[in-house]
Write a protein that binds this ligand. Sequence first.
Ligand SMILES: [Zn+2]
Length: 384
Amino acid sequence: MKYCKNCLTTDLRPNSSFVDGVCIACRYSNSIEPDEEKYRLKLSQLKQSITQSRRKQSKNTKKAQYDCIVGVSGGKDSTRQAHWVRDRLGLRPLLVCCAYTPKQMSQVGADNLSNLIEMGFDLITATPAPKTAAKLALDSFLQFGNVCKSTEMSLFSTVPRLAIELGITTIFWGENPALQVGDSAVEGLDEFDGSNLRKLNTLTDGGNEWISNAVKAHYKAHHYFYPDEYEFNKKRIKIFYLGPAWDDWSNENNATYAALNGLSLRPFDEHETGDISNASMLDEEFTNINMMLKYFKFGFGRTTDLLCEKIRDGEMTRAQAIPIAQEFDGVCADTIIKRFADYVGITVEEFWDITNRWVNPKIFKIRAQARPIPKFTVGVDYAG
Ligand SMILES: [Zn+2]
């Protein structure tokens, strides 16, 4: 396992791309100066084409009510994105959210969606069938060692699916995964282009077949499938990332902005969730399990991702980040694990048995019915 020389990303990350020992996210942040001017030019062209298509659609008022869709969640980035599109770009956005099932959604997430509606936005939420969702969460865990894989598939798919159905051609998405976490497969024509979002590891890994096999009713399975390129082209659907438009887009800044606008932050302690920001993935708690599993598979978790962002922004040195990653990566309280086990209908013992199948034995010491112990030291290349 090798670490990026600049941050704490490891080369075990899926779709990682290292050049001279430096990861793609660090290379991007060094090579691209935030260019508001360039972005403004692109957006004015975009607004022009939206206006033109609106004129063409004016007879069909149903399709002309909204200029664009902004994909939102009950999390922190949504508030800023929605405001930016409406107030700074002067567009009429429809917010679209793939909500969690009642047993999975947190109160904080529900409150935050209400807050968006109170700010005057129109919001459509689509929720997957609850029993199917629980079944697929267990299948995701068994087959991919990822308790949120099916959830993520539905989150990413809902927005373009609704855009196609409603005839709204422009979609704004928040972060560019190539820039923010270093998933090189999604790189587009430039940092704003989201046309390769379909290549995101979580959407491509394993394909769709396992869902079709698990869910017999097509209309329930359909919810999880990202529309194919043909459907995108036929309806001229375009996705733009908003993250690169701001030079101060970061987890922390977005959380501060949203909190000032009424967002509720997580009521838990970072020693339970491992979330040092207390603001990521606010709308449900099972993601915390996934962050722990990610740590067992790849040697880094969410803490490292948050710290890497700070290192790239110059807010922290690599040396300062190491002890924090050491303390919080992989943390997830037993109470959250118990809730998930109940949700998908397994025991906690079965949970650890399944987890152990996914732990990377080269970098962790596996123990029966207990948490694995790291063999490596954060920030130091480990040969095993
Ligand atoms: Zn790096």
